[in-house]
Structures are given as structure tokens and as C-alpha cells.
Design a protein. Structure first.
Length: 259
């Protein structure tokens, strides 16, 4: 699956799970600010598994930091589409995000969530690059730092939802790649071989349900178009919901009672 598709499916999954507007499940309802911040983080997290390639698009998203991250992930995972594209990789990403999201530093009378902010800077850079919202290093850094700071300010309770966003995004990535012909080494480091190789279970241990065909196929483009429309709809409804709540909260209690 192409990078744009990964990013949009990650964002759509987060919106579906946390938003409380029509056409969403709302299983883990969150305030509108955390719904939107989490959607951005999950879009970036849905690209995280592809950061194991030092020459890939994601590796160039936030130079030089993204390149360092890609080289480190590539070394630890043994190469592209190996450890990162497995359940072990998803678990590792979630544990790292959980550990970093708890890192806070004193800032006046409050504590600044430094670890969560750093994670969000990187994830925003991934998403912005994949969606072609940034081009050079200057715009990448400007967008990433601004969005991450806004998220830290307006959606501060990141200790639990940010790791959840990372795990959800990584799972969306696995699912997306599994829907293409190449499949994923889901059970790495195990590489079970089938008695009879099929497109669903290959000799190299990759599993797939190739409904979308090859990455970048027309079927994938149609799928992404539907996902994009869903994101626009849910985002608009969530923003409206947040604005309505803010206006309601600004109305004096005596006026509400009188009405």
C-alpha cells in the first residue's frame, strides 16, 4: 500500500473509534481536541513501520532526525519489511511510545510532556510528507513543531491515548499491506511455510488477503478516495461538535436555566 493510503487509513481508524458523530463507532469517546490530535498522530503512526528504509520517503520527512530513526529501525529490524511489519514490531512500537509518553519535565508550576511532544513531532512529519503537505526541510520542521505543540497544549492527556494511536496506526499499516499482493511477515521471526503456497500464504512466510492487488492499483486508489471522503466528513462533524460545545459552555448558567 502506498504512503498516502497508509496515512489516511490510520487517521480514519482513529476517527471511527474515538469520535462521537454519525458514521463513527465511538468505542473510546474522546473530546474533539483529542480526536483530531489523535487522528494526526495515528496517520503518522500508520507510516512508522515503513521508516525502516533509510532511503524511503519517510526517512526524508524530517531531516536529519528522520534519517537517523530510519537507519536505527532498519538496523534493528534486519532490513525493510521484516521485523517492523509484524506483530512483534507493533508491540515494540507501542512499548516505546508508552515509555516516551511518560517522560515529562518541570515547566513552571506544570510539567511539559516532552516525550509525547517528541513522538508527535516525528509522527506529524511522517503524515505531512506522505500527504504532500510539506516539501523542503524548512516546511517540514515548521509544520511538525507547530502541530505537535498545539497537540500538547490542547490535548495534554497523552499518556494513554498516544501509545494507543501508535499501536492502532501500526495495525492499520499491517492490514493495509496485507490487502496487497506482497503481504506481510506477520509472525516474524517465525516464517512458517505452507504445505501448498497460495496468494494468501506464501513460501516466504508472508500472509495476504490481496483484495487491492498491487500497491498503487486502481482498486487501492478508489479505496483511498472513499477513506478520504470519510475523513473529511467526520472531521467536519467533529469540529462542529467542538465549536458547539465551546459556545454552549460560554453561555451563562442562569441564561440556560431561564431558557
Amino acid at each position: 500500500m502506498m504512503s498516502h493510503a497508509h496515512a489516511t487509513t490510520g487517521a480514519a481508524a482513529w476517527l471511527a473509534v474515538t469520535a462521537t458523530v454519525p458514521w463513527t463507532a465511538g468505542w473510546v469517546p474522546l473530546p474533539p481536541a483529542e480526536v483530531l490530535a489523535g487522528a494526526v498522530a495515528t496517520a503518522g503512526a500508520a507510516l512508522l513501520l515503513d521508516a525502516d528504509h533509510h532511503a524511503g520517503t519517510i526517512a526524508r520527512s524530517l531531516p536529519p532526525v528522520s534519517r537517523w530513526v530510519a537507519r536505527g529501525l532498519g538496523f534493528l529490524s534486519g532490513g525493510h519489511r521484516l521485523a517492523t511489519h509484524s506483530l512483534v514490531g507493533v508491540l515494540g512500537a507501542g512499548l516505546i511510545a508508552r515509555a516516551l509518553s511518560a517522560v515529562r519535565v518541570p515547566l513552571g508550576e506544570e510539567h511539559f510532556q516532552l516525550g509525547a511532544w517528541l513522538i508527535t513531532v516525528l509522527l506529524v512529519a511522517f503524515a505531512a510528507k506522505a500527504l504532500r503537505l510539506t516539501r523542503g526541510w524548512l516546511s517540514s520542521w515548521a509544520v511538525s513543531l507547530t502541530v505537535a505543540t498545539l497537540a500538547a497544549w490542547f490535548a495534554p492527556e497523552t499518556t494513554w491515548w498516544l501509545p494507543a494511536a501508535v499501536v492502532l496506526g501500526c495495525l492499520c499499516h499491517l492490514a493495509g499491506d496485507a490487502l496487497t499482493s506482497q503481504g506481510v511477515p506477520l509472525l516474524w521471526p517465525l516464517r512458517p511455510r505452507p504445505v501448498l503456497a497460495t496468494p494468501l500464504w506464501r513460501n516466504n512466510g508472508h500472509f495476504a488477503l490481496p483484495l487491492l492487488g498491487n500497491a498503487g492499483s486502481r482498486r487501492e486508489l478508489l479505496f483511498v478516495a472513499a477513506v478520504d471522503a470519510y475523513i473529511v466528513w467526520v472531521t467536519a462533524m467533529t469540529v462542529t461538535q467542538g465549536a458547539s460545545g465551546a459556545l454552549t459552555g460560554a453561555v451563562p448558567a442562569w441564561l440556560v436555566a431561564a431558557a
